[in-house]
Design a protein around this ligand. Structure first.
Ligand code: FES
Length: 203
């Protein structure tokens, strides 16, 4: 019978053999979490007993709560379960359900299901990545955009498809990628201008 604990132990052994370090890149992105975020992580952890087989459910719970797994959460979970940071990070990266960057204000998702892939979904993804200077799974430094790939979202007739939040954009093309990003940037600038105007009127 398939045994979750057995699989977990195999993963730990696998990552120990690889000596997967906790990546410096991730550590360098260690952002100061708010007290509230830290409290949320700790609440999620405390829901489970201090057993290694609870690693994945704990990580899932934290992601449900924060929408991603910050490096500090990895460290807190590792400490709680008496594992190394690298072991926890290694197991988490094995599953593509986990994300390690906070979602952007405009979360971009590019469909790479079969229909979208055949119609150039990967080119659309590449265009978003190039335009924003980030890779899939990452968030722009200003936290405006994040990019993720998704499987079929059920609008194959509109392939290739991208989503911004829940809104579907069909028949995507490189020029549409450009237009979409530009639209958000123009809107952001407009909001900033309005805020400045409001502030100066108040003072
Ligand atoms: S494959 Fe992209 S919507 Fe179905």
């Amino acid at each position: 019978m398939f045994h979750v604990e057995h699989l977990f132990n195999q993963l730990i052994i696998f990552y120990k053999i690889r000596k997967e370090p906790f990546p410096d890149k991730e550590l360098s992105m260690l952002q100061e979490l708010s007290a509230e975020e830290r409290h949320k992580i700790s609440t999620c952890i405390q829901l489970f007993q201090e057993e290694r087989r609870n690693l994945i459910p704990i990580l899932q719970r934290i992601q449900e709560s924060l929408a991603y797994l910050p490096p500090e959460a990895i460290q807190m979970v590792a400490k709680y379960l008496h594992l190394s940071d690298g072991e926890v990070y290694g197991v988490a990266t094995f599953y593509n359900q986990f994300r390690f960057h906070p979602p952007g204000k405009h979360p971009l998702k590019v469909c790479l299901g079969t229909a979208c892939h055949v119609r150039g979904g990967d080119i659309i993804l590449e265009n978003f990545e190039r335009k924003l200077g980030i890779r899939e799974g990452q968030t722009s430094p200003d936290r405006e955009f994040s990019i993720d790939r998704v499987a079929c979202v059920g609008c194959c007739a509109l392939a290739p498809v991208a989503l911004v939040g829940e809104k579907v954009y069909g028949h995507m093309a490189p020029s549409k990628v450009e237009g979409l990003i530009l639209g958000f940037q123009i809107e952001k600038e407009r909001q900033e201008r309005e805020k400045l105007k409001d502030d100066s009127e108040k003072s």
